[in-house]
Design a protein around this ligand. Structure first.
Ligand code: SIN
Length: 303
């Protein structure tokens, strides 16, 4: 009832660990698949070695978290050796990769392809320069096209909500036209918090990305709008903490969902509880599987 086929990859359920949360080590990824019950996991974004931004890099705000980590990672080769090779055959693993241009994206994709089932292109981090790629349709096109030529496994392009709504669709269509197999929507929302005592921004980087329940309605809007104009699957992400949230994303047009900050709100078994809730909901509604929910909220506006 919960199994899905995502771009030719069979998942036992439609819940996926979002990039950046617990995906920093192979052992944590493995726990999310086994103990947590996720259908698949996305790694932290990896690419060229980066130490990341100084602290503070994370702050809890009302209904969410604000982070500006700065894409810290040990470098893709090291990550593969230390964390991905020991994970071989543990379950569907998707690699989140970044690069400064299309060549670097393609190189990273080639290196990581043998160790994962799909690649998610992080062109959308809201507080680093490489994240600006995803704000521009022609740069996104170049990256997707280069990676598509470099690898055979499915590629998902993760988009930013930090653009005008019509541009989000334009950028997604550019990715689709170049062969992206799915769109992941959305990355975090560019935001800021200020300490009223020291009278300065709290994050060392000043700006960061907002995640958690605060951004769910923004993510739902993005998925709904994208679903009106794309033919490829959409992986919905942004503020999911309950099965009801997941169902809302399917109704908006998502074919699968990712949970990230939700783990901080609940715990690692959030995937199991969301799946239980979806299953009961499907039974109550008399639906055979998740695909019966996808895009149902679009019905009433169809001519
Ligand atoms: C970060 O490392 O700063 C966050 C990554 C992202 O939002 O894509």
């Amino acid at each position: 009832m919960l199994e899905i086929d995502l771009c030719g990859i069979q998942l036992k359920n439609p819940t996926i660990l979002a990039s950046g949360v617990l995906g920093i080590s192979g052992s944590l990824l493995s726990r999310v698949l086994t103990e947590g019950g996720a259908g698949a996991v996305v790694t932290k974004s990896v690419g060229p070695v980066r130490t990341g931004f100084p602290n503070p890099t994370v702050v809890e705000v009302e209904a969410g978290f604000l982070n500006a980590m700065g894409l810290p990672n040990p470098g893709i080769e090291e990550f593969i050796k230390e964390d991905l090779i020991p994970l071989a055959n543990k379950g569907p693993i998707f690699a989140s990769i970044f690069g400064s241009d299309s060549e670097e994206f393609a190189r990273n994709a080639r290196l990581i392809e043998p160790h994962v089932q799909a690649i998610e292109l992080n062109v959308s981090c809201p507080h680093v320069q490489v994240g600006q790629i995803g704000q521009d349709a022609s740069l996104t096109k170049e990256v997707v096209s280069a990676v598509k030529k470099a690898v055979k496994i499915p590629i998902f392009c993760k988009l930013t909500p930090n653009v005008a709504p019509q541009d989000l669709i334009k950028i997604a269509r550019a990715a689709q036209d170049e062969g992206a197999d799915a769109i992941t929507a959305i990355n975090t929302v560019r935001a800021m918090a200020i300490d009223i005592n020291i009278e300065k921004p709290i994050l060392a980087n000043r700006h960061g990305g907002l995640s958690g329940p605060a951004i769910k309605p923004i993510a739902i809007r993005a998925v709904y709008d994208l679903a009106t104009s794309l033919d490829i699957p959409i992986i919905g992400v942004g503020g999911i903490t309950t099965w009801e949230d997941a169902v809302e994303f399917f109704l908006a047009g998502a074919s699968a969902i990712q949970i990230g900050t939700g783990i901080a709100w609940k715990e690692i078994t959030i995937f199991k509880s969301v799946c239980e809730g979806i299953k009961h909901h499907l039974k109550r509604k008399g639906y055979a599987n998740v695909s019966d929910l996808i895009k149902r909220a679009h019905r009433s506006i169809k001519k």
